[in-house]
Design a protein around this ligand. Structure first.
Ligand code: DGI
Ligand code: FE
Ligand code: FE
Length: 192
């Protein structure tokens, strides 16, 4: 299977705007991978596939998760927005037969981040924030940070997510907190 084959599969699973987002994330992930020394081919694949199940009905997502042998925590079960990252990595594994743990994990943690993120995790996490079509307030700051320091960009991204969710009293995944604390600790203790 080539990247074009995967693009075709993904294009049929979502509306045009999200497909455009997926291609932009792949492109940005390749750029960041080259800049920071990650595997550019894996970054491109993870980028194109990362939202594979974002428009998939919830019952089908649950079936994919079950088939991949993943058991959700009560908090994950109640956070429907997180399902697509988990079911997306399950889809890529069970339906596309991709066994690369780095790619599967990058997709699995692309929404929350986590502690101990791999370089590929970080590249995809940030590419999703800085892809060409993103236009939220603060995107320019994020793009600058992404080019300067990938860890600080991850810290900024997780702080953004935590603020955004907490003002609406939404639940926050432990992975997000754990990732945030790790990057914040790193910044605080960094030798100048
Ligand atoms: O799939 P995208 O729209 O490209 O972006 P994404 O995968 O980062 O998803 C963003 C959505 O996920 C947004 O509505 C906020 C939600 N989200 C992110 N982190 C958490 C979360 N929701 C909960 N409940 N908990 C989280 O930690
Ligand atoms: Fe997503
Ligand atoms: Fe996305």
């Amino acid at each position: 299977m080539t990247i074009k084959d995967y693009e075709m599969i993904i294009g049929e699973r979502m509306k045009a705007a999200r497909f455009r987002h997926s291609k932009n994330v792949a492109k940005e992930a390749v750029r960041l991978a080259k800049k920071y020394g990650a595997d550019a081919e894996k970054a491109e694949l993870a980028g194109i596939l990362h939202d594979a199940t974002k428009e998939t009905p919830e019952d089908e997502q649950m079936e994919l998760i079950r088939r991949a042998g993943i058991v959700l925590s009560p908090l994950e079960s109640s956070s429907h927005k997180l399902w697509h990252a988990i079911s997306g990595s399950a889809f890529v594994k069970v339906e596309l037969g991709i066994d690369d743990k780095e790619i599967l994990d990058a997709i699995r943690y692309h929404t929350t981040g986590r502690a101990g993120m791999t370089l590929l995790d970080k590249v995809l996490f940030i590419a999703d924030f800085t892809s060409a079509e993103r236009d939220y307030e603060g995107v320019e700051k994020m793009r600058k940070l992404a080019d300067k320091n990938l860890d600080e960009a991850c810290l900024e991204g997780m702080a953004f997510t935590i603020s955004d969710l907490s003002v609406r009293y939404q639940t926050i995944a432990p992975d997000t907190f754990e990732g945030y604390n790790e990057f914040a600790y790193l910044k605080l203790t960094k030798k100048k």
